[in-house]
Design a protein around this ligand. Structure first.
Ligand code: 4AD
Ligand code: MG
Length: 429
């Protein structure tokens, strides 16, 4: 029976065939232990010389790392193995004998590994991180499906910006200028007026000259947008969504979390409701802690980390000054200097993973913001029209996938949370 490692538990005491690669091996001269991976998992294969015969045994123990092969064997339960199973090999066929593989089991520097990212993603830890990323994506689709959202795909090539003009990627669009999308939000607002509850999932681009462990040039965002939804309801959706995602990873990625030595009880604690503090409270707290920050300034990474340390769950910071947030955010009716918005800060120093807000639904106020922010009336006229024809209170948010993966997987730097990161100094591989 041909199968893959992820399904091997259904074939205990049966003979199966795996297409796989060899990652490591050791031999006593009579028994060889082959570490095998097939992309769906990792398993140890045991080859006994007296059963296999001299020729097959010698071929196996001399196979270079990452050679590809078909292995036939009997599946055995093995409590000590991470996967719970072992393969007693009865036959093997080499498909391709690999050349000298650059990534050996010894330690390598990050730049070297990043240069070999096309190979590095085969290794146990990187594989685990990207499987967790996949589970977060699957859980996202499942959550929004069950909540009645429609998936809508905003364009990548755009004529206008959503999040300010400083970090736009410019490109020619025949005779016009175009930009790579920083956020699909404006289009998702149009979609929410057509489909009520919508979400998008796609790549976004920021030409940010930041070289931090939280910044990528190309990153993936999940952007829900909801009609007839206010600021408070927006926060409830966010905490329900994130709780669902974390619990899904806990259920489906046990082996991956173990491979990464992730502290599971910390994640098990992630349940609604999440704590909330206002921007004003956060400023007071930071000043009391001795940080030099004035009201009206935005938070930097050290500030976010100091605030997050006070909690064992993600924390919402709400009601930022209008002046430091995007043009589309609805002002708080009780204090129009503050916006009905929130950033969600992950625990353990992983920083802001969600930015969201209620949107301005009043045509006149939005027009006034256009003037203040000197936005092009031409480029944004379609967006204004959403407030002309049946405007309703609506809200939405954007969750940065890579920062969320970094936090859930417990990975220091976002560059390891996307298959092929685009960084300030890296466009290859
Ligand atoms: O806070 P941001 O800029 O919000 C928006 O773009 C809104 N238009 C979203 C919306 O309301 N629909 O970005 C949202 C999230 C951040 O919280 C962060 O997780 C992530 O996107 N993010 C980045 N992730 C990696 N690298 C970068 N350079 C990022 N910039 C933002
Ligand atoms: Mg933000």
């Amino acid at each position: 029976m041909e199968t893959t490692i992820q399904f091997i538990g259904s074939y205990v005491e049966q003979e199966v065939t795996l297409g796989c690669w060899i990652t490591n091996k050791r031999s006593s001269g009579k028994i060889a232990f082959l570490q095998l991976r097939d992309g769906t998992g990792f398993i140890q294969g045991v080859l006994v010389k007296s059963d296999a015969g001299e020729e097959m045994f010698n071929r196996a123990v001399n196979l270079p790392q990452e050679s590809s092969l078909y292995v036939k064997g009997t599946v055995k339960e093995d409590k000590r193995a991470p996967s719970g199973f072992e393969l007693q090999i009865t036959d093997l066929t080499v498909i391709h004998e690999a050349g000298d593989y650059p990534i050996t089991p010894k330690e390598h520097g990050t730049e070297f590994l990043m240069d070999h990212r096309h190979l590095w993603i085969r290794s146990n830890k990187q594989h685990a991180v990207l499987r967790i990323r996949n589970e977060i994506i699957q859980a996202t689709y499942a959550f929004f499906e069950k909540e009645g959202f429609v998936k809508i795909d905003p364009p990548i090539l755009t004529g206008s910006s959503a999040e300010g003009t400083t970090d736009l990627f410019h490109t020619k669009y025949f005779d016009e200028d175009a930009y790579l999308s920083q956020s699909g939000q404006l289009y998702m607002e149009a979609a929410a007026m057509a489909f009520n509850k919508v979400f998008s999932f796609g790549p976004t681009f920021r030409a940010e000259k930041s070289k931090t462990r939280r910044h990528l040039i190309e990153f993936w965002m999940i952007e829900p947008e909801m009609a007839f939804t206010d600021h408070e309801e927006n926060l409830t959706v966010q905490e329900n969504y994130l709780t669902w995602v974390v619990q899904s990873v806990l259920q489906k990625c046990k082996l991956e979390l173990a491979a990464l030595n992730r502290d599971v009880p910390i994640l098990e604690n992630i349940k609604t409701p999440f704590p909330r503090i206002t921007y004003n409270q956060a400023i007071t707290f930071l000043q009391q802690e001795g940080y030099e920050i004035e009201w009206g300034e935005d938070f930097g990474a050290p500030h976010e980390t100091a605030i997050a340390k006070q909690y064992d769950k993600p924390v919402f910071i709400t009601h930022f000054p209008v002046a430091i947030k995007a043009f589309y955010m609805k002002p708080d009716p009780e204090n129009p200097n503050l916006a009905l918005c929130a950033d969600l800060i992950a625990p353990e120093g992983y920083g802001e993973i969600i930015g969201g807000s209620q949107r301005i639904d009043d045509l006149e106020l939005l027009q006034q913001r256009y003037e203040e922010h000197q936005l092009s009336k031409e480029a944004y006229s379609w967006y204004l029209e959403l407030r002309k024809y049946g405007s309703v209170p609506h809200s939405g948010f954007g969750l940065g996938l890579e920062r969320t993966v970094a936090w859930i997987a417990g990975i220091e730097h976002v560059r390891e949370t996307i298959p092929f990161p685009r960084l300030l100094n890296r466009l290859y591989p």
